[in-house]
Design a protein around this ligand. Structure first.
Ligand code: PGA
Length: 252
């Protein structure tokens, strides 16, 4: 059975106070989830220690980005080994904001993915098309290309450390969500590409992201190839985030 994951990406938001209040609440509620969801919080790097203090092993913690080196003279960068040492379990790689604002390419994503999995962390690799690409009928080929290129360096024994997040760029932070049908169709296509690459595709968790809220999560999570969500804005509101985590039916 694939892991069900709901991950909150705080982006450049949060504080020590939020780490205490929100993570404290999420921890107290996550312990009683009966649907097998792994709850992950991905705060700005500077608050990882604070979040870990309040997560107490009940909630997993991730980092939003890492450099493509393990150590050295790279002022301002944090490495996968450091994220692991600090207590992280997940690393977001290739979020569309990293690609669009910071110019990250598929090649850089592949380098980071390879380093992340060799550190023993799980990479949540983000892919997704722009509105223009969707409207011109290229969505599936763009996403397939990102999956193939970004995961090109994953060796057979490391696939269990890969999670893919499909996040259509036009749905991120806009209040527009892909329909459950469209999201399912893309997830099935991604699984097909993974299979084609020789990956154990049926075992890899695929998350949907882009304006997931408490009132649309259940429909998305009921789709057969959607194994969870990557949540931005709604992950900053404790009760809403937990409602999303509860949107999976009980584990059977
Ligand atoms: P959103 O962000 O939920 O605010 O749309 C999702 C993401 O960027 O991961």
């Amino acid at each position: 059975m694939r892991r069900r994951i709901v991950a909150g990406n705080w982006k450049m938001n949060g504080s020590k106070d939020l780490s205490e209040e929100l993570v404290g609440y999420v921890r107290s509620e996550a312990g009683s989830l009966d649907n097998g969801v792994e709850v992950v919080i991905i705060p700005p790097a500077i608050y990882i220690g604070n979040v870990l203090d309040h997560a107490r092993g009940v909630v997993s913690v991730g980092i939003q980005n890492v450099g493509q080196w393990q150590s050295g003279a790279y002022t301002g960068e944090v490495s996968p080994d450091m994220a692991k040492d600090a207590g992280c379990r997940y690393v977001l790689v290739g979020h569309s904001e990293r690609r669009q604002i910071f110019g990250e390419t598929d090649e850089l994503v592949a380098e980071k993915v390879s380093l992340v999995v060799s550190s023993g962390l799980a990479a949540i690799v983000c892919v997704g098309e722009t509105l223009e690409e969707r409207e011109s009928g290229q969505a599936e080929s763009v996403v397939a290309g990102q999956v193939r290129a970004g995961l090109a360096s994953v060796s057979q024994e490391k696939w269990h450390n890969i999670v893919v997040a499909y996040e259509p760029v036009w749905a991120i932070g806009t209040g527009k969500t892909a329909t459950s049908d469209d999201a399912q169709a893309m997830h099935a296509a991604i699984r097909g590409v993974l299979k084609d690459m020789g990956a154990p595709a049926e075992e890899i968790s695929l998350l949907y992201g882009g304006s997931v809220k408490a009132d649309n999560a259940a429909a998305l999570f009921s789709e057969p190839d959607i194994d969870g969500g990557l949540i931005g804005g709604a992950s900053l509101v404790a009760k809403e985030f937990m409602r999303i985590c509860r949107s999976f039916p009980a584990a059977t």
